[in-house]
Every structure is written in structure tokens, then in C-alpha cells.
Design a protein. Structure first.
Lengths: 151, 226
């Protein structure tokens, strides 16, 4: 058999295997899988925020201002770590919205960004006593749940 | 058949390429008091037996600029390079972590191969022991205080205070000029919930320590955090 025919055969086999996997297991998982048992102490799953707490939380967006303006959660306040931003204005804005004791949920881009944990730490240093969490999966989880704006 | 197997193996090898090994993944830098920028250099080497390409890098903040070894992105086995991250200090103080995320070859968007962290320790020259003073609604309008200590080799004086609410009286008590102060805050009444922003202005020569902020809050007691 010629080499190109052998190659075509291998590719056909691979495609067939992929098709069977898709048929048996369904399309690839795009939602963020959040296992409460594996969360760090300061993290929370989106399911808990929307279910147990019915979404009645203060959302804080830890991403750059441009993306917050473009596709942040409706009602989310901005608090990022860009040195060109006014940190004291962030503090004042967020503190003013924490008076009723609401839980605070901070998100950044995804599981890798780490900014949300630092911002959550800064919110805790306000010493207002509210519970402050980092959203597991961040904006990626919110997008998968169709909770973000996209303009 | 040999050609087909070779093609298959070549594809498998391409999909699994990724072998840049960094000397450090977390770099801690203690910045001088007046530094405006700090630079962190992450050295790496391709310890795999295949070429590796840095397909993309991202930083979580506009305050970091990243350079990869004079723009060179592909590394043969045994070759090495440097990721240079320059961090603008801006108005930060305390400990700040900044990350640089790297994707090699065909890494999926949500699974980068490497996360590098620059942990910058920026001296805090004006230390407040409390950020927020709290009173309970209808509780006694007692005076509460914030202790302010200057941690610098030159004196730093408090030159003024402002408060966003007329319900609070703010006074400065000097314990040691240029070194140690108390901020005394007294509400006129505690009938209504509210939050006031107190700003303390200093004569510090370093801009990020010129204005500090604290809060005075009147509200109902919250249950303790679990």
C-alpha cells in the first residue's frame, strides 16, 4: 500500500475514534467544573452563589478597567491592582456597598489569574466583617453560565 | 507503513512539546522605599529533546511589561533564555503578587504551561493599626482611636485630616512628632447607619504615602464569620 493511503487510513481511524467518543460521551465540557470538596478555604463555586445565596452578593471585578466596562457582571464594582488606578477610590466604593453585611464575591479572568485572591485580601483588610470569597473559575465560569455581558 | 507511523509519531511529539524549565517560578523582591519600578528575571532552559515555542504570554496587570530574551520565542533542546518582567510600583504598598502566564506550542487557552509570580515587598512607611472604626446603631457614641506609626528614617508628620461626614469629629493626638500619632474619632450620634471616609494627609516625600484612608462605620452587628 502506498504511503499516502496508509496515512489516510490512520487519519480515518483517528476521525472514527473521535466521532465515536463524541457520540458516546457528548460534546466537550465547556462549563467550569467546580468541586466544593477541592476548593481552597476562600473559594466558592458559582452554583452556591446562585443557589444557596440566590445571587444576593456584591460582585467585584478584579480585571482591567477596559474589560470590566466591556463585559463585566451587571452591577459589579471594579477593584483591580493596576497602579494607575486609584486604590483609595476602590476602597471607598466597595466599603460603601458592604454596609448591609452582604457577602462579597471577587472574580478575575479564570483559575490562573490570582488577582481576585489578592483583591479579596485587600477587601478583608477593610475590617468590615463581611464574608469575602474568590469565585472559582472567575469570569470563565460566569460566561459559561451566560451571566456576563458581551458587547 | 513506516511513513505512516513516523507521521503519527511526529504529530504526537508536536502535541506534547513543552519542556522549558525555569530556575524559579516565584521571585521575591524587596523594593527600596523610593523605587518606581522593579525588575525580575526568570531564567529558563529547554530541557526536553524537542524545540519549544513560547506561543503566547499574558500578564494580569498593565503595570507589568514583559520581554522574552530579545524577542526570541523558539528554543532548541538545551537552549536557554530569560523572561524579564518589569513591575511599575504605582501607589502600591505592602506585599503585591504579579503573575506572568505562558503558553507553549499548542497549549489550550485555559491550560497554560507556566505561571511565573513576582512577589514585591513594598515598604509601608505609615502604619495604621486599624482601617475601620465601628459603632453599633444606638450604641454609645464613644471615642475610638487609630494608632499611626511612622516607619521611616526621616520624620513623617500628619499635616491634616478630612472626613466625609459631619456626624464624626476627628482629632489628631501627637505622641511623638514625626513618629507616632493617634487619630481620635467620635460620632455625634449613632442613630442611623452610615459610613464616613477619613483621609489623613502627611508630609511624606514619597507620593504613595502622602494620603492614607480609614473608615468610620455605624451599623448593626454582623454575625461572626464561620
Amino acid at each position: 500500500m502506498k504511503a499516502w493511503a496508509q496515512l489516510a487510513g490512520v487519519l480515518a481511524l483517528a476521525l472514527a475514534a473521535a466521532a465515536i467518543t463524541y457520540w458516546v460521551k457528548g460534546p466537550p465540557e465547556r462549563a467550569v467544573r467546580c468541586d466544593p470538596a477541592k476548593l481552597q478555604a476562600d473559594e466558592v463555586c458559582l452554583e452556591r452563589v446562585l443557589g444557596e445565596w440566590r445571587g444576593k452578593v456584591l460582585w467585584v471585578d478584579a480585571r482591567p478597567r477596559g474589560v470590566w466596562e466591556r463585559n463585566g457582571m451587571a452591577g459589579a464594582l471594579l477593584w483591580n491592582l493596576d497602579p494607575n488606578e486609584n486604590m483609595q477610590a476602590f476602597e471607598a466604593e466597595v466599603a460603601g456597598r458592604m454596609l448591609d453585611g452582604t457577602k462579597v464575591i471577587v472574580y478575575c479572568d479564570n483559575e490562573n489569574c490570582g488577582t481576585s485572591r489578592q483583591v479579596a485580601g485587600r477587601i478583608k483588610t477593610l475590617q468590615l466583617g463581611n464574608e469575602v470569597f474568590v469565585l472559582y473559575g472567575g469570569w470563565r465560569a460566569l460566561t459559561a453560565a451566560k451571566l456576563t455581558r458581551n458587547f | 507503513m513506516r511513513t505512516a507511523i513516523c507521521s503519527w509519531l511526529a504529530m504526537v511529539g508536536f502535541l506534547h512539546a513543552g519542556g522549558l524549565v525555569f530556575e524559579q517560578e516565584l521571585m521575591e523582591i524587596h523594593a527600596p522605599t523610593d523605587a518606581k519600578t522593579v525588575v525580575a528575571e526568570f531564567k529558563f532552559e529547554n530541557k526536553s529533546d524537542k524545540p519549544v515555542t513560547i506561543a503566547k504570554f499574558d500578564k494580569v496587570c498593565a503595570c507589568i511589561s514583559v520581554q522574552v530574551s530579545d524577542g526570541k520565542l523558539s528554543y532548541a533542546p538545551g537552549e536557554g533564555g530569560v523572561i524579564r518582567a518589569t513591575f511599575e510600583m504605582g501607589n502600591f504598598a505592602g506585599v503585591v503578587d504579579k503573575t506572568v502566564v505562558l503558553w507553549f506550542d499548542k497549549d489550550p487557552e485555559d491550560k497554560p504551561s507556566q505561571v511565573l509570580t513576582v512577589r514585591v515587598h513594598i515598604p509601608v512607611l505609615v502604619v495604621m493599626n486599624e482601617k475601620t472604626l465601628k459603632w453599633t446603631i444606638d450604641g454609645p457614641p464613644e471615642t475610638r482611636k487609630i494608632d499611626i506609626t511612622m516607619s521611616y528614617d526621616k520624620p513623617i508628620k500628619i499635616v491634616g485630616t478630612t472626613c466625609t461626614s459631619e456626624n464624626f469629629k476627628v482629632e489628631v493626638n501627637t505622641l511623638a512628632e514625626g513618629k507616632h500619632y493617634e487619630l481620635l474619632v467620635t460620632p455625634t450620634n449613632t442613630k442611623d447607619p452610615g459610613l464616613a471616609i477619613i483621609r489623613v494627609e502627611t508630609d511624606c516625600e514619597i507620593p504613595r504615602h502622602k494620603v492614607l484612608q480609614a473608615f468610620a462605620v455605624i451599623r448593626k452587628d454582623l454575625p461572626p464569620n464561620p
